[in-house]
Structures are given as structure tokens and as C-alpha cells.
Design a protein around this ligand. Structure first.
Ligand SMILES: [Zn+2]
Length: 310
């Protein structure tokens, strides 16, 4: 029988679960709230229930599943299946998520950081299909990242590698939540775009604006919004150049709502990346948009589960 697996993307708000065959074909799915604010036990119960719902949707028994993979927000000790630290889940410290889920579902469970599995998903079935080395950069409120080198997740010594949002691009820059100053995510996260808009002055956009407001205004021809996106794209390119110089990837895949601005940010970001990066890695690296915005995490978690059973 062909291997069938379940991939779960566990976020602070939602659980996104897919039943997937060995080629990545989706056979069933479930979407549930994680209820991270209620309790640790509730989250684990919800993840187990979501796996069962997805199996039912696919018309299979849990016994037919070879292994489950979970991508969880936070620092994950992949070898032990432990979530060491998770800012989005209150009170989560050294949670043996793999063991607890395996006990409830009576199947093996592998656990990995959510950005790492999203990168694996994009490299398996998305924008990075033909690449052995790529970096996923997710532009949200913060910036997440996952590094795939030679087709594998690069985890670092403690499972914390790939935190590309927290490399500083300005040594005395804006204070970051991580304790550092001038972190990339302060400038190229969604709040960075809003800040770039505020710097324009004389804008019709006032008050509590979002990154989407800036993009929509730019699309409607607002000159200040267009200038803000250009400035934001340049700052994005500064960080991408550092990533290119360190990893020399074939591809950088950008994900997150901000990427809907398309060439308005991709053009200045690519230009600035190439201007700053070393000639060889800068020339050979492409910067493209993610192809699996919704499913990358769950697909990558499923892929990880499949790889673990080889
Ligand atoms: Zn930081």
C-alpha cells in the first residue's frame, strides 16, 4: 500500500491539517481553531481531533497513516519532538508535543518549527520544486524563515536556525521584541511598510493604517503609497542581500500578504539585493513569490513525516 501521511500546521490561532499521499496529492483536510489561549491540553486535544477529522474526510482510518508531521510556531527540538519555547502559546515551555500526540493517535509523530516545514513544503511542491537550496522568507507582522540546503531543513545546533527576521540591518535601529536593535523584521515586516508610509508625509492615509491599505492606495495611483512601497522594497532587498551572501541559495521564496503588492516590492527588492550582494551569489539567486501560501506548512509537515519513515 502507498504511504499516506498527515501534515499539520499548528498556529497560535488555527490548525490546518491535510491528509497527503506520497506524491503530495491532498486526500482530505480539516481546519480548526487551536484555542491557544485556553490551555495546553486543549491545543493538543484540538490537534488530535483535527487529525481524526481530516482522516475521516479522506475516508481512511488512522491506522492507515504511516506517520504524522506537525509544524509548530516556536523553537522546536526536532529529535525529541519537544516545543522548547513558543511565544504564541502561553505557558508552553519544553512541551513534549510529539509524545503526547503519538499517545492520543497511536501513530508516530514528528515535530518541527512551522517556518521550517513551510520551507520544506515550498521546496517539495511549490516555488522551490527544482531547487536543492532555497530560503523561505515569510513577511508577516514579523518575519519568519526556513532554510533548505541540499534538499534538507537546516536546523542549526538547537533547532533555532533560519530566524532571518532577527538579523540586524541597522546597528542602532528600532528596538525589536527579541532584544536586538534594527532587526530585519522591524523594517521589512508589515509594520515596516506602514512606517515607510508614515515617513512620506502629506498622505491621504492617516490613523490606524495597515500594509494592505498602503498596497491598495498604491494600486489606485497614490504617489506617496508608491514611494513607500519602493522604500520598503529597498529595505527588503538589504536583508535579502545578507541572506544571499550567507547561504548562496538558488532561490529566495517570499511569502505573506505583503507579496500581493507584486512588482511594486519585488522590483526594488531584487534590484537592491543584486546591488549589495556579492556578484556570484547575487547573480545566480532568484527572488520569487511563494506558490503555496495556504498549504505550505501542512504539506511540508507531511513531507517531513514521509521522509522520517524512509
Ligand atoms: Zn529581533
Amino acid at each position: 500500500m502507498q504511504k499516506v501521511t498527515i501534515g499539520i500546521d499548528l498556529g497560535g490561532t488555527n490548525i490546518h491539517t491535510l491528509v497527503v499521499d506520497h506524491r503530495g496529492k491532498v486526500l482530505g483536510r480539516d481546519h480548526s481553531p487551536s484555542e491557544a489561549q485556553v490551555s495546553l491540553r486543549r491545543v493538543i486535544d484540538n490537534v488530535a481531533a483535527s487529525a481524526k477529522n481530516a482522516a475521516r474526510d479522506a475516508g481512511i482510518e488512522l491506522a492507515d497513516i504511516c506517520c504524522l508531521g506537525v509544524g509548530a510556531a516556536g523553537t522546536v527540538d526536532h529529535k525529541r519532538g519537544v516545543v522548547s519555547e513558543a511565544p504564541n502559546f502561553r505557558g508552553w515551555r519544553n512541551v513534549p508535543l510529539g509524545r503526547e500526540l503519538s499517545r492520543r493517535l497511536t501513530r508516530p509523530v514528528v515535530v518541527e518549527n512551522d517556518a521550517n516545514v513551510a520551507a520544506l513544503g515550498e521546496s517539495w511542491l511549490g516555488a522551490g520544486r527544482k531547487c536543492s537550496s532555497m530560503v523561505l522568507v515569510t513577511l508577516g507582522t514579523g518575519i519568519g524563515g526556513g532554510v533548505i540546503l541540499d534538499g534538507k531543513i537546516w536546523r542549526g545546533s538547537a533547532g533555532a536556525a533560519g530566524e532571518v527576521g532577527h538579523h540586524s540591518i541597522k546597528y542602532d535601529g528600532i528596538q525589536c521584541v527579541c532584544g536586538n536593535q534594527g532587526c530585519f523584521e522591524r523594517y521589512a515586516g508589515a509594520s515596516g511598510l506602514v512606517r515607510a508610509m508614515r515617513r512620506q508625509g502629506n498622505s491621504k492615509l492617516r490613523g490606524a493604517i495597515t500594509a494592505r491599505d498602503v498596497y491598495l492606495a498604491a494600486k489606485a495611483g497614490d504617489q506617496q503609497a508608491l514611494a513607500a512601497l519602493e522604500e520598503y522594497g529597498v529595505l527588503l532587498g538589504v536583508g535579502l542581500a545578507n541572506i544571499v551572501n550567507i547561504f548562496n541559495p538558488q532561490l529566495i521564496v517570499l511569502a505573506g500578504g505583503v507579496t500581493n503588492a507584486g512588482s511594486l516590492i519585488f522590483k526594488p527588492a531584487r534590484r537592491e539585493m543584486k546591488r549589495r550582494a556579492l556578484t556570484v551569489p547575487g547573480k545566480t539567486c532568484k527572488v520569487v513569490k511563494a506558490l503555496l501560501p495556504e498549504d505550505a506548512g501542512a504539506l511540508g509537515a507531511a513531507r517531513l513525516a514521509l521522509l522520517s519513515k524512509r
